[in-house]
Design a protein around this ligand. Sequence first.
Ligand SMILES: C[S@@+](CC[C@H](N)C(=O)[O-])C[C@H]1O[C@@H](n2cnc3c(N)ncnc32)[C@H](O)[C@@H]1O
Ligand code: SF4
Length: 350
Amino acid sequence: MSCPLNLCLLDTAELRRRFAFRPELSLLYDRRHGLEHRLNETAAAFVSCTFSSLEPASAVAGHLGVTRDFAAGELARFWSRTVLAHTRPHSTRKSGAPPGWSAADLAFPLVIEVELTKVCNWHCDFCYNVWKVPDDYGRRARSVTGGAGDGLHLPIDAARRILDEAAANDCLRIRFSGGEPTLHPQFREIIAYAGEKGFDIELFSNGTLIDQSLASFLSRSGVRVLLVSVHGLAATHNRMTANPRAFEHAMNAIRAGLEAGMTVLPECLVSAENIGEVPGLVTRLAGLGVRHASFMPYVPYGAQDPPPGGRAAGGAEPDRGMHAGHGRGRQLPCPVRAAALPGNRTGTYQ
Ligand SMILES: C[S@@+](CC[C@H](N)C(=O)[O-])C[C@H]1O[C@@H](n2cnc3c(N)ncnc32)[C@H](O)[C@@H]1O
Ligand code: SF4
C-alpha cells in the first residue's frame, strides 16, 4: 500500500505495526524505540484518523473543518517531525501515570509479563517463584526438556493466544520472564512470534544460555531490552544464586547483549545482604558499557522467608509449596514496597 500521507518513509500499515495507540490515555507508543508520546487533542485526532481511515487527510479535514490539502500537510508534519524524528532510545523508564489517570481508564494492560516456564536452572532462595513448582522440581528442572504437557511450561498455543490478544488491544510492551524463560522448549518460536507481531519485547533472564548466537537471534527478532539479573559482585552474586559460575554467565550475557545491539539492563535485587556492593557493581557494569541498570527492592516472598501474614500464634505454617522458609534478615530497613512503586502496571499471566 502506498503512503496516503505522502511521507514516502513509511506506509500506514508500517506505522500501525510500529506504533501502539491507546486513546484512553492519549498515548502513542513507539515500540521500536520504547518512546511514549503524550498527545494533545489534535494530535490524538491525527493518529486516530491515520489508523482508522483509508483517507486520513480527508478524515482530519472533516474533523478539524479545514481543507484537505491543509490537513494533509499538517498530518505529514506531525508524523515526520513530531513522531518519526524522535528515535532516541532510552531505558525501560517507567514514566508514571499522566495527570488524572486512573487504572479504571485502561481498556487493556499497557505491559504484560508472560512467565514462560516455572523451570529454572538456578536455586536462588530469595526467589518469589521457584516454590511454586512441584516437589520433584529439582529432577525436572535438570532434565530441562520437561515437555509441554506437564504444566511446567506455558504451552506455545497459549503463548500465541496471549500475544494475539495483546496485539489486538494495542498492548505496548511484552516482557518474557519465568522461571528461566530461555529454558522453555519452544523459546525461540515464541520470541519470533512476538517479534512478528511488532511488539516492544523485553526478556528477563539469569543469562546462563545467552551467548553471541542467542543474543543475535534475540536482537534480530525484536527484543529491545535484555534484563540480566546481577545481585552484587562475583562472590555475593554466586552465593545468592547458589551457582559458582553465575556471575561469569551474567557478565558474558551482558557483553553478548550489548554487542548484539540490545539495551542491556542489569537488574539487581537490593537487600541488606548486598546493598554495600551497589557502588562497586555500578562501576563494574559501567566498565562493560552498560548505560542503564535497575534496582529492585527485595520482596520478602522467597523460599527462605516467613509466609505472607506470618504464622498464626500456635498455628501450623500455611502450605506454600515445597519451601516453607524462615527469613534471613534480607529485608531493607526501608518503607518502600514494590507494589507501591509508580508505574507498576504490569499484568502477569502465569
Ligand atoms: C523471577 S526472575 C525470572 C527471570 C530470571 N530467572 C532471572 O532471575 O532473571 C525475575 C527477577 O525477579 C527477581 N526476584 C526474585 N525473587 C525476588 C524477591 N523475593 N524480591 C525481589 N525480586 C525478586 C529476580 O532477582 C529476577 O531479577
Ligand atoms: S534465576 Fe530467576 S527464576 Fe531462577 S531461582 Fe533465580 S530468581 Fe528465580
